[in-house]
Design a protein around this ligand. Structure first.
Ligand SMILES: [Zn+2]
Length: 133
């Protein structure tokens, strides 16, 4: 059953009424109190997230990333941070790990190119000079 509440223009609410009631969660005056509670819980949750969670953030090295993830896991299980903070740390660590991977790969590629005597200038400038036929 739909909520019987109407806008001042006479449009229906369109939300489902609470079971055994004629109004939905938004429009039932009895729900107002629990709604206020939910709002203040939300407020507490967002204030709580601004408290330091005691997690050391270090993504300067792969070891630092692992230590950060370890700290996030411990903080989460100790209740020092919530899932949204843990997820945010997770995303930052994932991005950092990805960047470390790209940097390491680029360095490795440069080493291989040096060892093979390859570089962009050699390919562009000296190909004809080396030809003795
Ligand atoms: Zn309604």
């Amino acid at each position: 059953m739909k909520c019987i509440w109407m806008t001042t223009e006479g449009l229906p609410c369109d939300s489902d009424a609470l079971s055994g009631k004629e109004l939905c969660w938004f429009h039932d005056p009895e729900i107002e109190e629990s709604r206020r509670e939910a709002r203040s819980r939300g407020g507490r949750a967002s204030r709580a997230s601004m408290k330091p969670a005691g997690i050391v953030f270090d993504v300067k090295s792969v070891e630092g990333i692992l230590a950060t993830l370890q700290g996030v896991g411990v903080a989460l299980s100790d209740g020092r941070c919530d899932r949204s903070i843990a997820n945010t740390f997770g995303i930052l660590c994932k991005n950092a790990a990805e960047t470390h991977k790209i940097v390491a790969f680029t360095k490795r590629l440069e080493r291989v190119e040096r060892r093979l005597g390859l570089n962009k200038n050699a390919l562009d400038d000296t190909e004809d000079d080396d030809y003795d036929g």
